[in-house]
Write a protein that binds this ligand. Structure first.
Ligand SMILES: *[C@@H]1O[C@H](CO)[C@@H](O)[C@H](O)[C@H]1NC(C)=O
Ligand SMILES: *[C@@H]1O[C@H](CO)[C@@H](O)[C@H](O)[C@H]1NC(C)=O
Ligand SMILES: *[C@@H]1O[C@H](CO)[C@@H](O)[C@H](O)[C@H]1NC(C)=O
Ligand SMILES: *[C@@H]1O[C@H](CO)[C@@H](O)[C@H](O)[C@H]1NC(C)=O
Ligand SMILES: *[C@@H]1O[C@H](CO)[C@@H](O)[C@H](O)[C@H]1NC(C)=O
Length: 344
């Protein structure tokens, strides 16, 4: 079966209307920067955000005015040069490197009065280790959670301004696919093992010695009717790139395992996913997937959201850091986290 599905709106433009159309297109470009630029607190002075070290030892260029040029955020000076410490408004520490003792906090340095230290983690609290030793050190938090001072989700839904885009689904050769790098998370292994007794599941990833390169990932997943977007940890609001990139970006329907359905509904497009919890057994989930794949109309209904929505992925640390300036005005001026486990 070849699934080809387009949302193309034919727009007939008569010669009379043509200049108007051209003019409005030009206008929309002229006005764009104004729409995109967001004030960073009405301040004319740069907010200096110092990243103490790059997450996962991967550094990126901070040349020029990155926040303005790439994300339209003004007065936001992003730096990674530690000698700027004394003039930094916010110093950012990514938790993973602290957890594995690859980096240390500069506790010996005197802290300027107004300076705030920000704890940044995109992992589920269940995987951050014991946070007790960080009591009374940080002033701000940044995570995917809505209760963090700075919320940086893995992706988000955006209303499309124009619906002229076309959307074509790739031909599907596999019913269900899964990419798994490790077999540590027992809850998802169990679901997978029960599911594969009912339906064929194509598995990729380091765990099965079938690794996919970054560039092969989405094209491979796009061949599948369903993608098993199983999070490594079931944790409130913990919805990662497995949903936003691997599923939505690839043009497949995610079968999600993670926080409760209501957490997904709060952020994901309407009628865009299938939740494992919706079924009283994995058997019935398997049979359901088979039925839906056979029924083209029903399967396609999971892509209806493309008509008025698109998604935005957050993958670049620079973009995440620039968003600090966007919410700068709303950040607590004086605050101490005596217990980061608040988020567990
Ligand atoms: C990353 O750091 C290395 C070593 O300090 C440096 O040689 C390289 O130019 C940096 N890359 C970027 C993109 O800043
Ligand atoms: C603010 O930072 C940008 C980017 O680093 C820089 O180009 C600009 O000159 C700075 N402006 C002020 C007023 O310091
Ligand atoms: C860091 O900043 C200091 C002081 O402004 C400057 O002398 C030094 O060259 C900078 N280092 C890098 C790697 O840009
Ligand atoms: C922080 O909160 C967690 C969970 O409420 C608790 O188990 C832990 O003992 C607290 N730590 C400190 C240092 O108070
Ligand atoms: C930030 O936290 C430190 C350590 O607890 C504290 O001494 C400092 O006053 C706090 N600063 C602000 C601006 O909240």
């Amino acid at each position: 079966m070849t699934l080809c599905w387009r949302f193309t709106r034919r727009l007939t433009i008569t010669p009379v209307l043509m200049p108007l159309v051209v003019a409005s297109i030009i206008l929309s470009f002229i006005r764009m920067p104004q729409i995109q630029i967001s004030s960073s607190g009405g301040s004319t002075v740069n907010i200096t955000i110092l990243l103490w070290y790059w997450p996962f030892h991967k550094n990126y260029s901070l040349k020029g005015d990155v926040c303005l040029q790439s994300y339209g955020i003004i007065n936001c000076h992003l730096v990674d040069n530690r000698s700027l410490y004394s003039s930094a408004d916010i110093v950012v520490f990514h938790h993973k490197e602290l957890q594995y003792h690859r980096q240390k906090l500069p506790l010996h340095l005197p802290r300027p009065d107004q300076q705030r230290w920000l704890w940044m983690s995109l992992e589920a609290p269940e995987n951050t280790g014991n946070l007790d030793k960080y009591a009374g050190i940080f002033n701000l938090t940044m995570s995917y959670r809505s209760d963090a001072d700075v919320t940086v989700p893995y992706g988000k839904l955006v209303r499309k301004r124009r619906d002229l885009s076309s959307f074509v689904l790739k031909h599907k050769t596999h019913l269900a696919c899964w990419v798994v790098s490790n077999y540590r998370a027992k809850h998802r292994i169990q679901v997978y093992q029960e599911l594969k007794r009912i339906i064929p599941v194509q598995v990729y990833g380091r765990a099965v010695k079938k690794p996919l390169t970054e560039s092969a990932l989405l094209p491979t997943i796009s061949n599948c009717f369903f993608y098993l977007a199983f999070e490594n940890t079931k944790s409130a609001q913990y919805i990662t790139e497995k949903l936003w990139r691997n599923s939505f970006q690839a043009g497949t329907v995610p079968v999600v395992l993670g926080p409760p359905r209501s957490d997904y509904e709060a952020v994901a497009p309407p009628h865009s996913f299938i939740h494992v919890d919706d079924f009283d057994s994995i058997d019935s989930l398997g049979h359901f997937l088979q039925e839906v794949a056979k029924d083209e109309k029903r399967y396609m209904s999971y892509f209806n959201w493309h008509r008025d929505n698109s998604i935005k992925l957050y993958t670049d640390w620079r973009e995440r850091l620039c968003t600090i300036c966007q919410v700068y005005d709303k950040l607590p001026i004086y605050n101490i986290y005596h217990n980061l486990s608040f988020s567990a």
